[in-house]
Design a binder for this molecule. Sequence first.
Ligand code: GLN
Length: 455
Amino acid sequence: RIAAHESLGAFLCTDADVALAQAAAADAWRAKGVTSTAGAGHTLLGVPIAHKDIFVTRDFPSTAGSKMLAGYRSPFDATVVSRLSASGAVTLGKLNCDEFAMGGSNENSAWFPARNPWDTSRITGGSSGGSAAAVAARLVPAATGTDTGGSVRQPAAFTGITGIKPTYGRCSRYGMIAFASSLDQAGPMARSALDCAHLLQAMSGFDPRDATSAEQAVPDFVAVTTARREGASAERPLQGLRIGLPREFFGEGVTADVLAATRAALAELEKLGATLVDVSLPRTELSIPVYYIIAPAEASSNLGRYDGVRYGHRAKDFKDLGEMYRRSRSEGFGPEVKRRIMIGTYVLSHGYYDAYYLQAQKLRRMIADDFQAAFAQCDLIAGPVAPTVARALGSQNDPVAEYLADIFTLPASLAGLPGISVPAGFGAGGLPVGLQLIGNYWQEGALLHAGHALQ
Ligand code: GLN
């Protein structure tokens, strides 16, 4: 099926030998009486998955969608990868993404763009576009993605699947090729909230190899997702749940079709027992300049390691070391990555640090505080994932206009909060629309539960 749908550009590589060896190992476990219901450790026995190419893997090349890492093979597996393998999942290959996860369309992949299975002239969204295309086209039942500013939620929305970005610190970043370390989080993308719960279960947990991974107990996500709320009935499973609607998420800029689908999904949540309340996230608009200062700043630092010396692309002709660095980086990085490195080094430079970076950090704190004020009035927050349905491939040449489309996913990212995208219905052109639910810290279970009720 992957071969038959190669034109979607979802996969960057597959390896049947690796997959069959892992499948044989799963069979051997099963022969010993281990089943996928045998409890911790084997919950995904034999389930075929694939990883966003941001995760390093021993058995497959890892390029992060960049020429800089063409042909690179990691000597180790990312923690998320090894945990999913340990749970019995079978890895089919690596998935396309925007270069170093910088983008929202997958058009920034150095290799080729992923295409939306609902309309192949359209983007999948990004940066986890290959993951979204692969799940939506049923090439795999589930995949990993990463979300720095929306890269799990937005492509999930554009392709009609479910994706959750956990609380920052829930999943280890060890072996996730770094973009913006204070924002990067791994997340599962699958056909349903319940399937996401199964993956998240395996992916989560403290990892001593990641200094920002949290020592936070991991609940039984599958049990929480399917649990009966206190006072709820089978018909009204969300009875008593207060869902806050930030007025800034329903204003201008959102197209009428997306608004209609979002409102229809909210009406559905009401029917299921939830109460809708008005809340405000007054600094929503500021999340764009704040994110596009902090993320490039961290990226400029993280990408300093690609110097042509230790690994990655090295230019062929150079006179001296300086020219080797310069040429290797000029040849290896694509235009969006270069743009962000320039923005990042600018905002961190002497004289501008206080004016931009420090201000952005202060506002980031205020954005997080705004969420806490809103959560005093509600349990979850709901709104659109993106202002529009998936646009046509090649239809956006203005990087700033592209950044503006991240407005609804950036606030939760900056605050470190978990967010889920679940299918809300369809908009213009019959294209999928996602509903975003945002929870307080460590409340992934509540998001999965509400998403599951809706499905
Ligand atoms: N679209 C955002 C960006 O370009 C988010 C990317 C992401 O979450 N990796 O930075």
